[in-house]
Design a protein around this ligand. Structure first.
Ligand SMILES: [Zn+2]
Length: 69
């Protein structure tokens, strides 16, 4: 495993909260933001997480109010 792989494994657990717009610890927020800038693999993973979240929100939109935050 190379250094990039280690970085990827470190930031990916935060993608879900980041996609939800939840506040991350400052270090994690900066690390995730920077990592997404230079890692195309994680950008794809993050886009996939966001797409899944959006789809789930759309499904639940009829039942629950959507939090705009
Ligand atoms: Zn990565």
């Amino acid at each position: 495993m190379n250094a990039i792989d280690r970085l990827c494994r470190g930031v990916r657990p935060h993608f879900s909260d980041h996609a939800d717009g939840l506040p991350l610890p400052a270090v994690a927020a900066v690390t995730v933001g920077l990592h997404l800038l230079f890692c195309p693999m994680c950008r794809r993973t993050y886009a996939s997480v966001r797409a899944s979240r959006d789809a789930l929100r759309a499904l639940g939109a009829a039942d629950e109010p959507v939090n705009p935050g």
